[in-house]
Design a protein. Structure first.
Lengths: 419, 299
């Protein structure tokens, strides 16, 4: 018995090494491995590039003439000095001359500031044409300057004027004081993002495992292989091999991502040293998160390996196989409700369904502190389901792989399971 | 004679259909055993049972190797439904197959080169399978089955799709292997090749054993003689009343007279009528093909 187990493990490793080699030395795999992050980067950078290309041409230079009857020109001039392409000019002659001068000039305008403004509360900026561009910042600064002037007229002290002009800032905060360090968010979300990426990669590896089973059938290799190794060794070898090939892919992408973050930083947070980011990945929750990611992978890749044995081609998969293939997508339905309420009934149900437990538990562990029992039950359910599913998949794999030229229907699969 | 494989009373059912029914036979070291049977007779199920690809419902399959724990590594197998990874290189895939059979890598590498040379594939080592012709790929599959020096070699329709020159190369290699002590279990529908190669025959029909003996004994026991006469005349009528005649077939200039069981060829020759013109006459035992067809039809 022990020898049989040893042979199964040894042969499984041989198959796994072949699968890794077959995949990793594949030209298409290498090209996609190296180019995919570049393409991602390109797609992330393109919108910014398009934004830049699509940005309106630099605003035209605008001259605003100030007819100042109250003496605020100097202070206003200082206030607007940082506004691009805007120049103030003081006008002291007749208004009509000014009107004649700017009429039809789309780069000019004027403001007549009199005491009357404080009564009417209306400031009119007259422009040369209907298209003359007056920066919004000018309007704001003009209002600010007039407010200061008005407050000074009412003998408000300079310090108070600043306070009044600054206005109020409304802040919303929880009762319990939280750290405002934005790095805390990074620290909190890096491990689950890492685990989710692993889950995604291993899900993709599951698909590769299915493709590998299909290619063994298509290339008629299966009987030759089964004459040397057991169906179990072959199936587990494929699952493990494709998993490690997926990890190689993940490692390369991770290196790309770390290089990106190291050199370009994270938008809004700036430069983060690689060692700091790595220290966030290695958190106390990481082993648990990895367990849920890996158990989920084993569950799905077993299903996919078994499924691959029942079909000649993914394109010709039957309805039943199609539905099974979509099982991992079930998790997507739970993501939003779980983030919204990680302790809610949806989150709890999702934790106990083997097909959704991985994603739901990764989110819940990250978002809240779960009681031990709330972790143990999903762990047990997921482990038991994975072992059960691997056994069923093994039965389907063994029989399905030997069936040539025909897709298996659910009735046949049921028969194989009962054998 | 050293027996390497004993099969005792194996049976296998798929649903309500019994595809193998109480089948027993042995395979000896250095012999070539032909496994014959019409389509659906149960040959592949028996072979897959030997290879542990499927498990018989009852009966026993026993290997007499020094180490039976990893018996699969001592068997070479060329299945009927065969192929190779299309995108892999010839040498890589052969080394992988040898590795699965626990064969040392350095020896495998050496033998790969030897066999590629032997089968005129010296330049194919680095080629991908998809770049090979069908015949070349079949040679590579054959090399994959024998590379690890198996004690038992199971060949299921090894000659299908091969040109006559390659058939001769394969036949010679199979004989060589048997001479070197390999037990060969050989399944084919090409009766002339089976007749040329096999020492013993095991024939299965509707899951049951119907013939099992040496080729000579089977021919003695089940095959009578037949006389083929080439003549420009229509000589058929001249033999209709012969009491030694079982049946007569005429095809062009050739008339084949099947003699009844027990009729001696010399006795028949003496009775040939004087008044017929004979261009050519041959007397031989029924071919394996005739025995096969008759056995299948009678069963």
């Amino acid at each position: 018995m022990k020898t049989v187990q040893n042979n199964t493990i040894r042969n499984g490793i041989k198959v796994a090494l072949w699968e890794i080699r077959k995949l990793v030395w594949n030209k298409a795999f290498i090209i996609s491995l190296l180019l995919t992050p570049v393409i991602w980067g390109l797609f992330m950078g393109l919108p910014r590039l398009f934004e830049k290309i699509g940005e309106p041409a630099a605003a035209p230079t605008t001259y605003i003439y100030i007819v100042d009857e109250i003496g605020i020109y100097e202070s206003l001039s200082q206030k607007v000095s940082d506004i691009d392409n805007l120049f103030l000019r003081k006008h002291s002659g007749p208004i009509d001359d000014l009107r004649n001068r700017i009429e039809g000039d789309e780069n000019a305008g004027y403001v007549h500031i009199t005491e009357e403004i404080f009564e009417t509360r209306l400031i009119s900026v007259m422009t040369g044409t209907g298209d003359t561009h007056i920066p919004l910042a000018f309007n704001t600064r003009l209002k600010e300057t007039l407010t200061r002037y008005e407050l000074a007229m009412h003998n408000v002290e300079a310090g108070d004027i600043e306070k009044i002009v600054a206005g109020y800032f409304v802040s919303v905060s929880p009762v319990i004081e939280e750290s405002v360090d934005p790095m805390d968010r990074v620290r909190k979300w890096v491990p689950p993002i890492f685990a989710m990426i692993i889950f995604f990669m291993v899900f993709m590896s599951g698909m590769t495992t299915m493709q590998s089973a299909i290619s063994d059938k298509r290339d008629k290799m299966i009987e030759i292989l089964l004459s040397s190794v057991s169906a179990s060794s072959l199936m587990y070898g494929k699952i493990i091999g494709n998993f490690f090939a997926g990890l190689i892919q993940l490692a390369v992408y991770l290196i790309y991502a770390l290089m990106f973050i190291h050199f370009l930083g994270i938008p809004g947070l700036g430069h983060i040293p690689v060692h700091q980011l790595l220290s966030y990945i290695i958190s106390p929750e990481l082993p648990l998160l990895l367990f849920f990611a890996l158990a989920g992978y084993l569950l799905f890749s077993s299903i996919y390996a078994g499924l691959g044995a029942t079909m000649e081609d993914v394109m010709n998969a039957g309805n039943f196989q199609g539905i099974i293939m979509l099982l991992p997508a079930l998790s997507a339905l739970f993501i939003s409700p779980v983030i919204g309420n990680p302790e809610g009934i949806i989150a709890q149900i999702g934790s106990y369904i083997p097909f959704t437990a991985s994603i739901v538990m990764i989110l819940r562990i990250t978002l809240i502190d779960l009681a031990l029992i709330e972790i143990v039950i999903p762990v047990v359910i997921l482990l038991a389901s994975t072992m059960f599913m691997a056994k069923l998949a093994g039965k389907i794999f063994r029989t399905g792989m030997l069936m040539y030229g025909k897709e298996a229907d659910p009735k046949e699969m049921w028969k194989w399971l009962r054998q | 004679m050293e027996t390497l494989l004993n099969i005792r009373n194996i049976s296998k059912q798929f649903g309500k259909n019994t595809v193998v029914d109480q089948v027993s036979f042995d395979v000896h070291k250095g012999e070539i055993l032909g496994v014959l049977g019409p389509n659906g007779a149960g040959k592949t199920t028996v072979i897959r049972s030997i290879m542990d690809i499927i498990r018989p419902d009852s009966g026993e399959i026993r290997f007499n190797f020094q180490d039976n724990n990893n018996f699969l590594s001592q068997i070479g197998y060329l299945p009927e439904e065969r192929g190779l990874y299309r995108d892999s290189r010839v040498t890589d895939i052969l080394l992988y197959l040898a590795q699965l059979k626990e064969y040392p890598r350095d020896r495998a590498r050496k033998r790969v080169l030897e066999y590629l040379a032997k089968f005129d594939l010296e330049n194919a080592g680095k080629m991908k399978i998809k770049e090979l012709s069908r015949g070349m790929a079949q040679k590579v599959q054959f090399i994959g089955a024998i590379l690890h020096e198996p004690a038992i070699l199971i060949l299921d329709e090894p000659f299908s799709g091969l040109d006559p020159v390659s058939q001769d190369v394969f036949s010679e290699e199979i004989r060589n292997l048997a001479r070197n002590g390999v037990a060969v279990l050989f399944s084919s529908h090409q009766m002339n090749l089976v007749e040329n190669l096999c020492d013993r025959i095991f024939m299965i029909h509707k899951g049951k054993k119907v013939l099992y003996d040496t080729l000579l004994r089977i021919k003695q026991d089940f095959g009578s003689f037949k006389c083929e006469i080439m003549s420009e005349e229509n000589i058929r009528d001249k033999f209709i009343n012969f009491k030694e005649t079982e049946k007569i077939e005429q095809e062009g200039l050739r008339t084949t007279i099947y003699l009844k069981k027990g009729v001696e060829p010399g006795q028949f020759i003496q009775k040939l009528p004087d008044n017929i013109s004979i261009e050519e006459v041959t007397i031989k035992r029924d071919s394996l093909h005739d025995i096969f067809v008759r056995t299948v039809t009678e069963n």
